[in-house]
Design a protein around this ligand. Sequence first.
Ligand SMILES: *[C@@H]1O[C@H](CO)[C@@H](O)[C@H](O)[C@H]1NC(C)=O
Ligand SMILES: *[C@@H]1O[C@H](CO)[C@@H](O)[C@H](O)[C@H]1NC(C)=O
Ligand SMILES: *[C@@H]1O[C@H](CO)[C@@H](O)[C@H](O)[C@H]1NC(C)=O
Ligand SMILES: *[C@@H]1O[C@H](CO)[C@@H](O)[C@H](O)[C@H]1NC(C)=O
Length: 228
Amino acid sequence: MKQMTKSGRREIKSDERRAQWRAWNRGEIGLCGTRWFTKKFLVFFIFAWCAIVAIVLAITIPRVPGISFYSASPLITATGRFNSSIPTEFSRSPANFSFPAFAEIQVDTTSNIIPLTLNHINAQVWYPSSNFQIGTGYFGKATLPAHSFPVIQIPLNFSYIAPNDTDPTWVAWYNACKNPATYTNGVRPGVSFEILLTMDIQGLPSTTTASAQVDAAACPIELSITSA
Ligand SMILES: *[C@@H]1O[C@H](CO)[C@@H](O)[C@H](O)[C@H]1NC(C)=O
Ligand SMILES: *[C@@H]1O[C@H](CO)[C@@H](O)[C@H](O)[C@H]1NC(C)=O
Ligand SMILES: *[C@@H]1O[C@H](CO)[C@@H](O)[C@H](O)[C@H]1NC(C)=O
Ligand SMILES: *[C@@H]1O[C@H](CO)[C@@H](O)[C@H](O)[C@H]1NC(C)=O
């Protein structure tokens, strides 16, 4: 009689479920009464899945690359549209200067497993002796190969305004960029600068900064012998 009533049927069903659950817990049957997904298999399945996720993350999460100057004279002459977009001039009164250049930066991607995509880089150029900013730069989206030392050229807009022509920053850059013929030995002195990069790396939540400094870089431009 009990089997006929609704509540009786429910009771039998829940008794069956409890029995199945106990059997599954003992590892005797698979999930839902099938042969599949026994307790042992489920534990193994979850473990394997976690291991696969960990491996995929280890491969795909980008590593912050190291940066350094490509050579002791990392400023090279700007060309093309970028060159013509920025005036090349040294003015004594008012004391200022501006010129375009490319900075050659070597990026160390040896710890990356898959190619590294840079969404953009913002650059600042500083003159360390006086701690004044003398330029800015922007490098757009690029994908760099993993496990190597690719070299990128960051366009720099040098621009500085001094109070007068005795300002040490103006003098140092003027002496470095003068025509070599104005020196008796024909050799211009080098000049120090620091580059500060703020990199937006695809796959990392925040930007990362890196910097590099050079002590005696050659000026990438050459003023005419008659200039200022
Ligand atoms: C860069 O532009 C200046 C004019 O602003 C020009 O005199 C110079 O020849 C150009 N240099 C190169 C390498 O294109
Ligand atoms: C420097 O001074 C000259 C002359 O006044 C001016 O034409 C030029 O725009 C100035 N450059 C900068 C970078 O301020
Ligand atoms: C170069 O930098 C100066 C000073 O920050 C700015 O006024 C000028 O617009 C910049 N030029 C370009 C082409 O970005
Ligand atoms: C140049 O400017 C500096 C600081 O602004 C000042 O001390 C110096 O007297 C000035 N020199 C000349 C020759 O005007």
